[in-house]
Design a binder for this molecule. Structure first.
Ligand code: ATP
Length: 303
């Protein structure tokens, strides 16, 4: 089966700075693949290279089995893009935004007009089809941007932080639409800072930092591979005494401000200890993707 995207040793340098440092990956058809990474990890740059918006400094890239950048035009015809910041045209109505976008793909006006109702339905925007874009809420604009990305019936849709800044209702609607798309066989490649989004939507994740892929796998597989199953966050009380005990039990400890994160394979002895000291305030939870992310990329701020 031809990979939708095949990157080998992909590098992007800006002057002396290496933003993407030799990444290699394949994306199989009809998968939803998420790219996670701290700010500046190289996620957007990788997406921009796949789109041919910025040339790679080294390495090779194939999309739909075609070489990028040589076949850039043909490749872009088959991709839908949802950029990080909505770039809808405020002078046009909702339906016009879709029709104008269709013209960039050489889709004739009659075909474009015929596609618009189904796309607006998918975006829950049917009733707003004649509204000016600048009267829409943030969630509506995002849904319209996604609908617009589908006007050329793309085989691959690339979404850069599709739900950043949206309320939970809007986010859930978008997740459900993206899952529908994937179920219909569209390949999705997205970046996100939301671990819940990555966990719910993505079949596979690539965790990037400093231009490299640190690991790749299904969300659950990554969690099993990198962190212990349970976490106890201790927030106040005699944390030093607790830390000494937890270490003797073989737990792994991470400190962040006044909190102590205790990663345990068997939490029973530490929970027993915590229950005997009422001064210790704690939260016991299963480990998740955020723990993996912080373990692989560290807890230091990046800006
Ligand atoms: P974020 O989560 O903040 O969107 P990102 O992982 O998408 O981050 P990129 O936007 O790919 O990161 O940027 C990777 C690095 O490359 C950053 O250090 C950024 O400052 C740098 N960079 C990106 N574009 C350029 C450019 N045109 N010229 C110089 N440096 C750039």
């Amino acid at each position: 089966m031809t990979a939708i995207v095949r990157a080998a040793g992909l590098v992007k340098r800006y002057g002396g700075f290496t933003a993407v440092d030799g990444v290699s990956f394949d994306i199989a058809p009809a998968r939803c693949v998420g790219v996670l990474g701290p700010n500046g990890a190289g996620k957007t740059t990788t997406l921009r290279m796949i789109l041919g918006m910025t040339p790679a400094s080294a390495g090779s890239l194939e999309v739909f089995g075609l070489p990028m950048p040589e076949q850039g035009r043909a490749i872009r015809q088959r991709i839908g893009v949802v950029p990080q910041i909505d770039n809808l045209d405020p002078d046009f109505r909702v339906d016009e935004n879709l029709e104008v976008h269709a013209s960039y793909f050489g889709i004739d006006p009659a075909t474009a007009r015929a596609r618009v109702p189904a796309l607006l339905e998918l975006a829950n925007l049917g009733e707003r089809r004649h509204a000016k874009t600048d009267t829409l809420s943030g969630g509506m604009k995002r849904r319209l941007t996604i609908a617009r990305a589908l006007i050329n019936a793309p085989e691959l849709v690339m979404l850069d932080e599709p739900t950043t800044g949206l309320d939970p209702q809007a986010r859930h609607v978008i997740w459900s639409r993206l899952m529908d798309l994937r179920a219909r066989g569209t390949t999705l490649l997205l970046t996100t800072h939301y671990m819940e989004e990555a966990e719910r939507l993505c079949d596979e994740l690539m965790i990037m930092d400093q231009g490299r892929i640190l690991d790749r796998g299904a969300p659950r597989a990554l969690t099993r591979r990198h962190v212990e199953p349970e976490v106890i966050e201790v927030r106040s009380g005699d944390t030093a005494g607790f830390a000494a005990f937890a270490e003797r039990q073989g737990c792994r400890l991470e400190a962040q401000g006044d909190s102590l994160y205790c990663y345990a394979r068997d939490s029973a002895p530490v929970l027993d200890y915590l229950q005997r000291d009422p001064g210790l305030v704690y939260l016991h939870r299963p480990a998740g993707l955020e723990d993996v992310f912080l373990r692989l990329t560290g807890r230091d701020l990046r800006d």
